[in-house]
Design a protein around this ligand. Structure first.
Ligand SMILES: [Zn+2]
Ligand SMILES: [Zn+2]
Length: 347
């Protein structure tokens, strides 16, 4: 088969690789029908994720068709259309039983194993471990594009932004960073009943998208973001401030945008230490949350897609054939210049 193979920082190739085979009785093999590229893949290519080694097939978000099942698999069959999510859940370890498969202990102590600790899904075929407890059947009548982004960014925005942030009907929500994950948080905050949803970003094009995804207000990053958010929230600040960038300045901004008693929900992937201004925060009754998606809300999100309440496919702005993945990486790497949100790759 062909696959997108990582060859060390800055190096990747769409090349021939061995077809995956069943290794454990709980595995299935899927033919990858539709996949995408994640910001995390770009981090890997920069060399930021040393656990990913030369020869690894990248990718952790796909919709595919089951073509082979392991001997212990009884509820999945050849021909089934499945969403393969970023997080693998063995269903048996302590963390899976606690409902946080993000920390599944079965492979390497983390639920994110595709394109990280085992070969991923940017390939014609992929081996899916613990398939019955990990994949989701795609509802009938729903297209691949409609569910593809439920593999990672939509549950990330919903679980780590909206649920961790405890967004309630009527809440004012500030989302700092209107990239794909920020937009997923905006979409799902709207579903959760947020009143004002204030998007904050440097790029006017992203703010335009934010309005289209449910933001009620858009603020271009600058000196007076804090003042503008205060004006929009009766001088109190946001009930929930979500960080969806992953740098110290935007996290710090969130701690200044949140009102007393509110929540700062960190979604961003941070690579540098951040100063936490406890000398100001200790008296504010503020909650700070962090997290890696578990994907436990994917069944709910699938229902919302099926019922026409969540237009997840809007995140896919650029479409390619799977064999054009090198070109798709170029477009996604320069997302702002190309006005790209997520790319869709179809076999
Ligand atoms: Zn991802
Ligand atoms: Zn587990």
């Amino acid at each position: 088969m062909k696959a997108l193979v990582f060859h060390g920082p800055g190096e990747k190739a769409w090349e021939s690789a061995d077809d995956p085979a069943i290794q454990d009785p709980t595995d299935v093999i899927v033919k990858v029908d539709t996949t995408t590229i994640c910001g995390t893949d770009l981090h890997i290519l920069k060399g930021d994720v040393p656990a990913v080694t030369d020869g690894r097939i990248l990718g952790h978000e796909a919709v595919g068709t089951v073509v082979e099942t392991g001997s212990a698999v009884s509820t999945l069959h050849e021909g089934d259309r499945v969403l393969v999510p970023a997080i693998t859940s063995c269903g048996r370890c302590s963390y899976c039983k606690l409902g946080i498969p993000a920390h599944c202990e079965a492979v390497g102590g983390i639920g994110w194993i595709f394109g990280h600790l085992i070969d991923g899904v940017q390939a014609e075929f992929a081996r899916v471990p613990f398939a019955e407890t990990s994949v989701h059947a795609v509802p009938e009548g729903v297209s691949d594009e409609q569910v593809l982004f439920l593999a990672d960014i939509l549950p990330t925005g919903y679980e780590i932004g909206v649920q961790n942030g405890r967004v309630k009907p009527g809440d004012s929500v500030a989302v700092v960073g209107a990239g794909p994950v920020g937009l997923a948080a905006i979409m799902t905050a709207a579903l959760a009943g947020a009143g004002r949803i204030i998007a904050i970003d440097l790029a006017p094009s992203r703010l335009r998208h934010a309005k289209d995804f449910g933001a009620t207000h858009a603020i271009e990053s600058g000196d007076d973001v804090e003042r503008q958010v205060m004006e929009l929230t009766d001088g109190m600040g946001a009930n929930v401030a979500m960080e969806a960038v992953g740098i110290p300045a935007t996290f710090d901004l969130c701690t200044r945008l949140v009102r007393a008693g509110g929540t700062v929900a960190n979604i961003g992937v941070h690579g540098a230490s951040t100063t936490l201004h406890l000398e100001e925060l200790w008296i504010k009754n503020v909650t700070i949350t962090t997290g890696l998606v578990s994907g436990t809300t994917v069944p709910t999100l699938l229902q919302l897609v099926r019922d026409g309440r969540l237009a997840a496919e809007k995140l896919g702005t650029h479409h390619f054939g799977l064999g054009e993945i090198m070109q798709a990486y170029e477009v996604f790497s320069a997302a702002d210049a190309n006005d790209a949100l997520k790319v869709v790759l179809k076999a």
